[in-house]
Write a protein that binds this ligand. Structure first.
Ligand code: NAD
Length: 257
């Protein structure tokens, strides 16, 4: 068995579902100790149990990434349980049905999306990066989205703008903390079949077909398609990858017609 993350402590937000849960399992299988963070404590606990059942190391932390106190708490829990932090994986994000065009999105929805998708990344970094620096360096992985790179005729403007800001923030982090041994990179996934999409957007077969039609690879993504890139970014194999924005989208953003 390979152990690409042997000895690493990885904090993953939104680890109670979708890509975050798969990342937690894959990283644990590669030898990492996992801090599985989620707003839904029971879901985070299930992830930790899945890891422990297969012989891995993991703890669950119930936290809202948009709360300053909770962000402090999740990082403190990592250090308390495993002594340090090597990888901060800012994955938690929301994609509400009520987020649409700037013309018809309520301010409350806009603010909510920004609180989780952008402020959550800021707070994770605020408390996580000093610990990574303290341990001699490591990796920050920020999950953005392909929608931050191309326009869309069926808009989710708050989501799109928040993910664009995550990309900009990642570049600033890369430059600030690279000299301290912390590399920061963003991943832009295309549409991945997780509850984020399946719970509302993909319920309507016509909506699903419309999007499938745009994907040169002829299928939606699976969590693993993104997680294996994140594994590279978490491991020392990526020690000279810093400030990159990496697209995993089956070719959507390359598709003119
Ligand atoms: P998901 O809905 O399956 O999982 C997201 C998890 O984040 C959930 O368990 C949820 O409880 C948690 N969460 C939500 N708000 C939180 C908060 N305030 N604090 C802590 N945890 C919170 O979604 P997913 O598809 O696995 O998405 C993971 C990331 O990937 C998100 O940032 C999403 O925007 C991004 N993304 C997803 C897709 C896709 O097609 N699924 C595409 C591009 C980017």
């Amino acid at each position: 068995m390979s152990e690409r993350l042997k000895g690493k402590v990885c904090l993953i937000t939104g680890a109670g579902s979708g890509m975050g849960r798969v990342a937690a399992q894959v990283f644990a299988g590669e030898g990492a100790s996992i801090v599985a963070v989620d707003l839904r404590g029971q879901q985070a606990e299930e992830t930790a149990q899945l890891i422990i059942k297969t012989g891995g190391r993991g703890i669950a932390v119930q936290a809202d990434v948009s709360s300053d106190t909770d962000a402090q708490k999740m990082v403190a829990a990592a250090v308390k349980a495993f002594g340090k932090l090597d990888v901060l994986y800012n994955n938690a994000g929301i994609f509400p049905e009520k987020d649409h065009s700037v013309l018809d999105t309520d301010s409350e929805v806009w603010d909510q999306v920004y609180r989780v998708n952008l402020k959550g990344v800021y707070l994770g970094c605020k408390y996580g990066i000093p610990q990574i620096v303290k341990g001699g360096g490591g990796s920050v992985i920020n999950i953005a989205s392909f929608v931050a790179l191309v326009g869309c005729t069926v808009p989710q403007d708050a989501y799109t703008a928040s993910k664009g800001a995550v990309i900009a923030l990642t570049k600033s982090l890369a430059v600030q903390f690279g000299p301290k041994g912390v590399r920061s990179n963003a991943i832009c996934p295309g549409p991945i079949e997780t509850p984020l999409l399946t719970e509302w957007l993909f319920k309507e077969p016509a909506e699903k077909a419309k999007r499938l039609n745009r994907i040169p690879m002829g299928r939606f993504g699976k969590p693993e398609d993104v997680v294996y890139l994140a594994l590279y970014l978490a491991s020392p194999e990526s020690s000279w990858t810093n400030g990159a924005v990496m697209v995993v989208d089956g070719g959507i953003t390359s598709n003119y017609f």
